[in-house]
Every structure is written in structure tokens, then in C-alpha cells.
Design a protein around this ligand. Structure first.
Ligand code: KG4
Ligand code: ZN
Length: 362
């Protein structure tokens, strides 16, 4: 069985190489499918440019204060075909023009991943093109290489990768080589935003709402404790407890405390999380001597994080890279560009590659 998979991989790799050699100027068209959590997304990449990037989000989770895995996979099941069809239609690409289908293999919610991966593999099989398994977090990082006209990081670069499930300070040596310099020991940065937002009575996902409310708040109004951990790692669970205790205490003396101070609370929480992230990023740049510094993942959409990165860039002489907002939160485009790197390297995966909830990045 294993021999057959290896033979299949070698055959597909040779086939891709042969296609490239026969038609060196031909465009490469890749469909990228993302379904690791609560966004069903499909994108069409033509060479390095995105021609369509369509996402169906699952707003109903906000009624439950977080993502309900079973409901998420059912919604992916409902949305995947219309989303893929809409992406192909917007890009004016027929299925027969696809060279490969890249899909998120993991990490993520297993039920959600199964929908996207099964769909991608079936379609690829029917079309006779490779189905390429992609690591979700690597794809967040590789979103920087989508051609948007902006300059791209050069290897090696540091990437602060911050999402709802991950917080990593990565040294990226190539599209296939990642070293974790630091990571959260408990909650992810996005989780810290979402949990703090919940304490303020805001719906899920709270990160974007805190960002919005913070625009007209005072970040110095309230001081929260920043949990310190040795080295380049981070910890956010203590911050959540600190915010909770502070809010509980304040509500005892003033039941309207949250409503009266919502903007200042949001700004103070945001500024605490952002400064914790940047302190460790500075540490990582000093430790490695690398000045190419990038942001990736859903939390990289945060306006304060982006602004602070610029301020630090000037102070420390960094070259910084932030993806356009539509490529920060989960999207099919980042999966498609990761698929392009994999296709070019002949890293095609196999039909037997199963969806995986956990998958190390290194
Ligand atoms: O990468 P992503 O879309 O999904 C995961 O892979 O987890 O990240 C989602 C996370 C959520 O926690 C959300 O609250 C956070 O990113 N997020 C933000 C902002 N936009 C999304 N956090 C702070 N400020 C934002 N503007
Ligand atoms: Zn993500």
C-alpha cells in the first residue's frame, strides 16, 4: 500500500515537472480551499495573483460565545460547493483549467477539516490533478508571497504568527523550513482578545470588536498585569484572570462600570496584549539579528499591532511586512499560494493524507 502511495507521489511530481518543461510560459492555476475552523473559503490563484477569494463565515457561532465544532462542520458541508463555484465564476476559470487543488490538511477542527479535504481530494481525483495538503499556519505565513504589488519578505525572516489557535514567533528560512523561537504556553493571542471581549459582554469573535472600540478609548486608562515568562515565550491566561478580577471588583461598586468605560477598557486590554507581543518580537530580533519582520494570522488584522509594528520598525531599523486585511484572517488565497510553492517543489502529498487536528509546523 505504502509503495503505491510513494509511486503515486513520484508519478505526480514527474508529471508536474513535465508539464512545466513542455509549457514554460503557461500560467499555473490553483484552487485553494480553507475549512479549518469557522470560515469556508475558496480562492483562485493564477501564477502569483489572486483572481477570486470568496469566504462564507459562520456568524451564528456568536450566539454560542465561540465556535461549536459540530455546527461548524455542518455549515462547511452546506457552503463548500457554492463557495468554490462562486470563486471559479468570479475568476472566470473553468474547472478544466485547474492545475492543482490545495486544501488545508490541518491543524484545526477535525470535522471542519474533513469537509474541505474530502471535497478537495474528490474534485482533484475527478479532474486528474494533484490535491495538495497544506499546513494552515504555514499558509498564514506564505500569504506574504501573494502578488499584491507590495514588497515581500526575504528569507530568513521573523514572523509573529498570531491567530485564534496559535501564537508563534517563527524564524522562516524557506517556504518549507520553520523554526519556533517562541510560543504561547497557554492561550493564543486571538483567544486572549476573544476571552477579554467576552468579559466585556461582547459577542464572538471579540478581537475585531475590541479593535473597533479601542479606536476611541484611552489605552493608559487601566493597567493590567503582563504575565512574564522566560525566553521568547508568552502567556496570556494570567492576563484573562487579571482582567476578570478587575472587572468583577469594579462592577461591585458600579454596576454600569463596563458600559461607562467600554472604549477605555477595550483600548487598555488591546494595548496590553499588543505590547506583550511586541516585547517578545523585539527580543527575537535581538536574539537572531534578523531585521526582516512580518506579521501573520487573524490577529495581524489588529490596527494597534500594525501601527506599533511601524513605530518599532523606525526605532529598530526593521523592514516590516503586513498582509492585506483580507489575507490575515482565514482565507483560501493563502492556501492557494502555499499550494503553488508545494507544486513547484513537487511536494504534492498523497490521496491517503488524512486531515489532522494537530500538526507541528517545524
Ligand atoms: O487566523 P484566524 O482567522 O483563525 C484561526 O486560525 O484561528 O484568527 C482568528 C482570530 C480570532 O481570535 C479573532 O478575534 C482574531 O483573530 N482577530 C482579531 C482581529 N481580527 C481578527 N484580533 C484583534 N484585532 C483584530 N482586528
Ligand atoms: Zn488561521
Amino acid at each position: 500500500m505504502r509503495k503505491r502511495f510513494i509511486a503515486e507521489r513520484v508519478f505526480l511530481s514527474k508529471l508536474t515537472q513535465a508539464i512545466k518543461e513542455l509549457t514554460p510560459t503557461r500560467q499555473i492555476v490553483i484552487l485553494g480551499i480553507e475549512s479549518s475552523c469557522d470560515d469556508t473559503s475558496a480562492a483562485v490563484l493564477v501564477d502569483d495573483k489572486i483572481h477570486a477569494n470568496i469566504t462564507a463565515d459562520q456568524a451564528f457561532h456568536r450566539n454560542f460565545g465561540g465556535v461549536v465544532p459540530e455546527a461548524a462542520s455542518r455549515a462547511h458541508q452546506r457552503d463548500i460547493l457554492p463557495v468554490v463555484e462562486a470563486a471559479l465564476a468570479e475568476a472566470k476559470i473553468d474547472k478544466s483549467q485547474l492545475d492543482a487543488i490545495a486544501y488545508t490538511r490541518g491543524p484545526g477542527l477535525l470535522g471542519s477539516l474533513l469537509v474541505g479535504s474530502s471535497f478537495a481530494k474528490s474534485l482533484a481525483q475527478a479532474l486528474g490533478v494533484p490535491a495538495i495538503p497544506i499546513h494552515h499556519i504555514r499558509a498564514h505565513v506564505l500569504a506574504h508571497f501573494i502578488d499584491t504589488g507590495a514588497s515581500k519578505p526575504s528569507f530568513p525572516f521573523l514572523c509573529l504568527t498570531v491567530s485564534g489557535g496559535h501564537t508563534l514567533i517563527l524564524k522562516v528560512d524557506s517556504p518549507f523550513e520553520y523554526r519556533i523561537l517562541g510560543e504561547t504556553l497557554d492561550d493564543a493571542a486571538g483567544e486572549a482578545f476573544d476571552k477579554a471581549a467576552k468579559l466585556l459582554g461582547l459577542p464572538y469573535p471579540g478581537g475585531p470588536l475590541i479593535d473597533k472600540l479601542a479606536q476611541s478609548g484611552d489605552p493608559r486608562k487601566f493597567a493590567f498585569t503582563k504575565p512574564k515568562v522566560p525566553g521568547i515565550d508568552l502567556s496570556f491566561s494570567g492576563l484573562k484572570s487579571n482582567i476578570k478580577q478587575f472587572i468583577d471588583r469594579s462592577l461591585k461598586s458600579n454596576p454600569n462600570f463596563i458600559e461607562q468605560h467600554l472604549n477605555d477598557l477595550a483600548a487598555s486590554i488591546q494595548s496590553t496584549i499588543v505590547s506583550m507581543l511586541l516585547e517578545q518580537l523585539i527580543f527575537a530580533t535581538k536574539h537572531t539579528g534578523i531585521r526582516e519582520v512580518a506579521l501573520a494570522g487573524g490577529v495581524s488584522a489588529n490596527s494597534e499591532l500594525r501601527a506599533q509594528l511601524q513605530t518599532h520598525a523606525q526605532k529598530y531599523g526593521w523592514n516590516t511586512y503586513t498582509p492585506p486585511i483580507q489575507y490575515c484572517t482565514d482565507n483560501g488565497a493563502m492556501i492557494a499560494i502555499a499550494g503553488k510553492f508545494a507544486l513547484e517543489a513537487g511536494e504534492l502529498g498523497a490521496l491517503a493524507d488524512a486531515a489532522v487536528a494537530r500538526w507541528e509546523i517545524g
